[in-house]
Design a protein. Structure first.
Lengths: 285, 285
């Protein structure tokens, strides 16, 4: 397993793979790897000749006052976890090489980035789209893998990839959960014992709401009510940022008029337990 | 010479070239080709195994009220001009294939796009950067060619290419002029006989100003004065949008403090003759 630290080295590695006709699977991460990441890495290893995992805590996707500085970092532990999984290269670029002095270029997916998490994290998805495009240009993947826990991120990246005519396939991977249902997330490490004990109620609220999805509940906005009531059982809950039923393509809230035959429904929440912001979602057919 | 009309066909063509180890030179144009374009095409043909010329009048780089609809189009004439020049492929995508319904993704080079022409053409350089990135992703060039007549466009595209880690070289080509000094431009076709007779005064004003570039004239803002006086000799002049000495990297006006040893100076103007907007520039060492 090769460790690559610069963009030009990464491009050389990938051009070598492409010249010999090998497919490249790419798993971009911010490190602090958990079983959710490792499941995605395994998917890539299965489907591609070569797998590249990047670890880069991207400063431009953190808004002012967010947890960029305290975001968990464990490069040695991450590399150890990946070394057991037939990963071919770990790409660990420095902040200075990704955003050198005088950096000016940003990608925006307008009309999707401002919704849901975007309302609460101004500039977040421009930071995500920009760094993902830069990483794509460095790694030149055949397929790139993203976890559906970050649902809006998946929608934004898929749209950017189609809009910019990028010659690669986006593969979306199911959310991996702890045994009690809590979606795996590097930010779960922030939770106190009490908060951690209550956190599985998020997934419980989502599954409760999912059972109630029907034309009538969507018309009457009952899904949002069910979610808010279930979530409010948590004593450590400090804020619900959003919790409702959404159109999985437009990310608009489904408030009135119900849904058309065969349309999927996204049930998604963002909330704070104590000072820790967590998100989760499920899709209902 | 192949005519290619879709992005996927273009990508197939270019991947074929790359697999056989050929270099691809790319000349993006909005058509209405003149000798300035053809000179750039010849540069590409000389330096690359394969040359692709695109013709696409890009709607997103025209601001509201600008000349998108009346911009000169002569596809048959353009193809005839290119067929004599050993061009391998002409890429003529339709607006619907470049910007399909629901298109949302834009690239911005912040801090360069708002200056000079950007002040008068809001959104112009986001449109330029976006379409150029999309064309790059379709054509996958080894080298891409741009004319220095559109100086700010050159600066924006070079910055985007570096910032996004695009694996290609940007080649900037000198401005080609009519015998009387007028910079070649598809928009010269808008000029009336009287306007066309006066238009060479733009280049004359630039060369006059260039002769006066020295530490003192820059300190005292004399370049802008010389330009404005010279340009005002045109009876058909209706507006000077900008006319001064600029830092060729930052595009900031050089107003005070003069220049450092060896620094180049950009002298640039944008103005209207009648209702036709024209730009020109020269660089001074």
């Amino acid at each position: 397993m090769q460790l690559i630290r610069t963009i030009s080295e990464m491009q050389q590695f990938s051009k070598g793979c492409k010249l010999s006709g090998k497919t490249i699977g790419f798993v971009p991460t911010m490190g602090a790897l958990h079983d959710g990441h490792l499941s995605i890495v395994r998917d890539s290893v299965k489907a591609n000749d070569v797998t590249v995992v990047s670890i880069f805590v991207n400063p431009t996707q953190f808004s002012a006052g967010e947890d960029f500085n305290r975001y968990p970092r464990d490069y040695d532990g991450d590399i150890e976890k990946l070394s057991g999984l037939s990963v071919d290269a770990v790409f660990l670029p420095g902040v200075d090489s990704v955003y050198p002095d005088g950096y000016k270029t940003y990608v925006e997916v307008r009309g999707l980035s401002e919704k849901l998490c975007g309302q609460f994290r101004p500039g977040h998805f421009a930071g995500v789209a920009t760094v993902v495009l830069k990483l794509f240009n460095a790694v030149m993947p055949t397929r790139a893998y993203f976890g559906l826990k970050d649902y809006q991120q998946c929608v934004v990246i898929k749209k950017m990839t189609a809009d910019l005519n990028l010659d690669l396939e986006i593969v979306l991977c199911p959310t991996i959960r702890e045994h009690d249902g809590l979606a795996m997330s590097s930010r779960n490490a922030y939770l106190s014992t009490e908060e951690r004990l209550e956190a599985p109620l998020i997934y419980k609220a989502l599954t409760e709401a999912a059972k109630s999805v029907n034309d009538n509940s969507l018309k009457t906005n009952a899904i949002a009510q069910i979610l808010k009531e279930s979530l409010s059982e948590m004593k450590t809950l400090t804020e619900i940022q959003y919790a409702s039923a959404y159109d999985p393509n437009t990310l608009d809230e489904i408030k009135t008029g119900g849904i058309t035959e065969g349309q999927r429904v996204l049930i998604a929440v963002a909330l704070k337990i104590g000072s820790t912001r967590l998100i989760d979602n499920i899709e209902v057919d």
